[in-house]
Each structure stands twice: as structure tokens, then as C-alpha cells.
Design a protein around this ligand. Structure first.
Ligand code: NDP
Length: 450
């Protein structure tokens, strides 16, 4: 009772589900973490009695607001905006904004919760937050996106600041959206500070930020394979998604000598058996970021197959990099990957693998890295953008890529430290969860009852 005795996973989850009804993604994310962290909490009296896990699964606050804007035809539109300020024990709230019709409070709570561990793993002083709106930028004109972003920021600016909460991009929020929001923030606050990251280089952005999540995801795979005296070089790779994370995962994999044969968007996937080249990747980036087209156009351009409504996991390959969205690898897909010889999975997206899929990978001995470890490169370079903004200096590309690689290596070391079993095998889920948890939990303990 009240932390005096150990609590079972089922009892803990029953309480969480009761307090947070109708939020399945949040339940899923918490359960995946609690499975590995709860034994430690039960074992350590100070964590248990301070009810650290209960406190860690309760956001500091959630802000929900109306966002009205006018479309090009003069119709009024009403959207819902959110910011979940999850935990600021080790630094200002930090995490992306997602603009997608699927956005709900539950999705943002799952993402904010994951962010707590991820940001801690980077070793940088960043707390965790996540936000966004049920707005779909797809099919909207630049002016419509601008009006929405300005209206969204007209409320959000009251709750953020360089030492309070520093949002960034996520699905549906790229350079264009960040620029519109930063412009409005600057106008409303009459200050030029690094309150958003992922900014353009002309106004405080950092080199490598747009590449960071994807590069980090590929680096993490290189670390896992390197630990087994293997490497990415020469491997056939499946990537899903074709947005920011997917594009730069592909770029780094090509640089590391791998062959990337798939990518996707929400309408289906492309199979390019010869592999994506530098030139083809430039076409894809232009297609998705400038023309805002569909990946099926790549298939037409380069004469390869497009599979409507399907995901890439049935294509035989050595490595998989899910970089689109949550819950895109279920048990069947995981089994297919394993049967086809996949030996490693590095998640670029947040929680792309369902729990049943994770168990398949772990039982088959696949090197499986959860997103909170393998996609932490993005927020890490966001942290470095905050530092550069604070000291009003810009570091070079080489310096930043070097720092990114070092951070990914350290995250890998942390996973090995806390995830190595008696048989020498590394449980990257356990390693990332415990490695991320301890720093935040110890800070919360130090603050007393807050
Ligand atoms: P983008 O909006 O740039 O790209 C998202 C990609 O995923 C697009 O190709 C999109 O297709 C596809 N996609 C979106 N929803 C679905 C769906 N329901 N089914 C299939 N495909 C889908 O987002 P990011 O690349 O920034 O983010 C991708 C993932 O990485 C997310 O999980 C995000 O949380 C995570 N992440 C992002 C970070 C970052 O720095 N940006 C940092 C860490 C994690 P379409 O073009 O059709 O919409």
C-alpha cells in the first residue's frame, strides 16, 4: 500500500489505465517501460516509497487549447492544440510538435513519456514534453499552413520559453512550420531566443539538426553491429517512411555502404531492388519536401514497384529501420522479417513496433533498438542547438556530427551497461529504460515531494 510493499505490473497498469482511460498508446508505452523498470523500483525502497514510477507517469501538466484559422476559401476552421509538459526534472521541457489528424492527448502522452527517457539518455540537460494539433498540413497551401501555425503559436507562446519549454518538429512539422511558428513567437514576445529548435540556419538553427535523427538511427545500428564485430557495410536495408527521419537514415546508410531497397508513405511502399542512390535520394527529398508528392511517383520515375496500402516488411533484407510512425510492425511483420533473415532493427520512429513484435525480435536474437535509444540523435542535436543559441555561436558541421556520433555511442554504452544479461546478450529495451530512468528518478528523489 502506498509504496510500502512491492507492486505487481498488473496492479500498476490497472491503476494507470483507470486514471487514463481511452489512451491505448500511452498504456502501451508505459507498460513496455514498466516491464523492465518496475523490478528495479520494487527492489529499491527509496524509489518505491517515493512512488517514483507513479509520479513519472503523471505529466507535470497538459495544456489544451482551441486553434481557429481561416482557409483560402474564407471558411473558418477549428482545430485542437496541445502541449504536454511531461517532466522537467533534469532540464526545460523539450520535445516535438506533431501536426496530424490522428493527434490526441493519449498519443502525445505516449510521446512525452518516451521523451523523458530519451532525453535523459542523451546525457544533456533536457526535460520532456510533446505537443501538436489535429491539423493536417497535407494538401494545404503554404498560406493556410502559415495561418494555422500563427494561430497555434498565439496560444502556445504563453507556455514556452528558452528556460521553460523548447518545442521542435515531428510528423507534419518540418522547416516550413517551425519557421512560421518561430516568426510568430518572436513577434509576440519581442525577443530573439532559442525557444524552438529545428530552425533554419539563417535564424539560429544548427547544422546537422535536420539530419540528426536519421543519422543517429543509422549510427546506432552501426554501434550494435560493431559490438558483434559486424557492420552496416554491404547490408540490405528496409526503411519505412519518407519524411525527415527516413530521408536521413537512408542518406547515412548509403554513406556507410549499405543498400536501401524500400521506403514508404501513408499510401504504400516502394521496392527498389537495385538500391536508392544519392541521385535517387535527391529526387525523393525534392518530391516529399518541395513538391509534397507521393512515393508512388518515385516508382514511376525509376521503373520500380509500388505496393499500394502495404508496408515494406515482407521484402527480404538484413536490417530494418522503421521511420514512419507508431505501431507499424506487428507480430506477423516481425515474424516475416526474422524468417527472411533480418538480424537488426533500429527504430527511427517512436514506438513503431508492437509489444508482440518486440518479443519476436528478442526471442529470435535480433538486435532490436527501441526508438528512445536509437532515435535520440534528433533531440540530442536540438539540445546542441539550444547551447549554440545560448552562447550565440554556431559550431561546424564536422564538430556537430562528431558530437552526435559520440552521443549515440554513449547511449549504446548505457544500454550495454544496464541491459547485458548473464549470457552476455544485450537487452536494449531494458538497457534504455533503466539507463534513462535512473537519472530522472534520482533528480525527482532529490527534490522531495513535488
Ligand atoms: P515526417 O512528417 O517528416 O514524415 C513522416 C513519414 O511517415 C511520412 O513519410 C509519412 O507519409 C509517413 N507516415 C505518417 N503516418 C503514417 C501512417 N499512419 N502510416 C504509414 N506511414 C505514415 O515525420 P518525421 O520523419 O519527423 O517523423 C517520423 C517518426 O520519427 C515519428 O514517429 C516521429 O515521432 C519520430 N521522430 C522524429 C524525430 C524528428 O527529429 N523529426 C525525432 C525522433 C523521432 P505521408 O507523406 O504519406 O504522410
Amino acid at each position: 500500500m502506498y509504496g510500502r510493499t512491492p507492486i505487481t505490473l498488473d496492479d500498476f497498469m490497472d491503476g494507470l489505465v483507470k486514471r487514463n482511460p481511452g489512451e491505448p498508446e500511452f498504456h502501451q508505452a508505459v507498460k513496455e517501460t514498466a516491464e523492465t523498470v518496475l523490478p528495479l523500483v520494487n527492489e529499491r525502497k527509496e524509489y518505491r516509497e517515493a512512488r517514483i514510477l507513479e509520479r513519472l507517469t503523471e505529466p507535470d501538466r497538459t495544456i489544451i487549447f482551441r486553434v481557429c484559422w481561416e482557409d483560402d476559401k474564407g471558411w473558418f476552421r477549428v482545430q485542437r492544440g496541445y502541449r504536454v509538459q511531461f517532466n522537467n526534472s533534469i532540464g526545460p521541457y523539450k520535445g516535438g510538435l506533431r501536426f496530424d489528424p490522428s493527434v490526441t492527448l493519449g498519443i502525445l502522452k505516449f510521446l512525452g513519456f518516451e521523451q523523458t527517457f530519451k532525453n535523459s539518455l542523451t546525457g544533456l540537460p533536457m526535460g520532456a514534453g510533446k505537443g501538436g494539433a489535429d491539423f493536417n498540413p497535407k494538401g494545404k497551401s503554404d498560406r493556410e499552413v502559415m495561418r494555422f501555425c500563427q494561430s497555434f503559436m498565439s496560444e502556445l507562446y504563453k507556455h514556452i520559453g528558452e528556460d521553460i519549454d523548447v518545442p521542435a518538429g515531428d510528423i507534419g512539422v518540418g522547416a516550413r512550420e517551425i519557421s512560421f511558428m518561430f516568426g510568430q513567437y518572436k513577434r509576440l514576445k519581442n525577443e530573439f531566443t532559442g525557444t524552438l529548435t529545428g530552425k533554419s540556419l539563417e535564424f539560429g538553427g544548427s547544422l546537422i539538426r535536420k539530419e540528426a535523427t536519421g543519422y543517429g538511427c543509422a549510427f546506432f545500428m552501426e554501434e550494435m553491429l560493431g559490438h558483434q564485430n559486424n557492420s552496416v557495410h554491404g547490408k540490405t536495408c528496409l526503411v519505412s517512411g519518407s519524411g525527415n527521419v527516413a530521408q536521413y537514415t537512408i542518406e547515412k546508410l548509403i554513406q556507410l555502404g549499405a543498400r536501401v531497397v524500400t521506403f514508404s508513405d501513408s499510401s504504400g511502399f516502394v521496392h527498389d531492388p537495385e538500391g536508392v542512390t544519392r541521385e535517387k535520394l535527391d529526387y525523393l527529398i525534392h518530391l516529399k519536401n518541395i513538391i509534397r508528392g507521393r512515393v508512388s511517383e518515385y516508382a514511376l520515375e525509376f521503373g520500380c514497384e509500388f505496393y499500394h496500402g502495404e508496408k515494406p516488411w515482407k521484402v527480404p533484407a538484413d536490417l530494418a529501420f522503421p521511420c514512419a510512425t507508431q505501431n507499424e510492425i506487428d507480430e506477423t511483420a516481425a515474424l516475416l522479417l526474422v524468417e527472411n533473415g533480418c538480424i537488426g532493427v533500429s527504430e527511427g520512429a517512436n514506438m513503431p513496433t508492437l509489444p508482440e513484435g518486440i518479443h519476436v525480435f528478442q526471442n529470435a536474437g535480433v538486435l532490436y533498438a527501441p526508438g528512445k535509444a536509437s532515435n535520440a540523435g534528433g533531440v540530442a542535436v536540438s539540445g546542441l542547438e539550444m547551447t549554440q543559441n545560448s552562447i550565440r555561436l554556431s559550431w561546424s558541421r564536422e564538430e556537430l556530427e562528431d558530437r552526435l556520433q559520440t552521443i549515440m555511442r554513449k547511449i549504446h554504452d548505457t544500454c550495454v551497461r544496464y541491459g547485458k544479461g548473464d549470457d552476455g546478450k544485450i537487452d536494449y529495451v531494458k538497457g534504455a529504460n533503466i539507463g534513462g530512468f535512473i537519472k530522472v528518478a534520482d533528480a525527482m528523489l532529490a527534490y522531495g515531494v513535488v
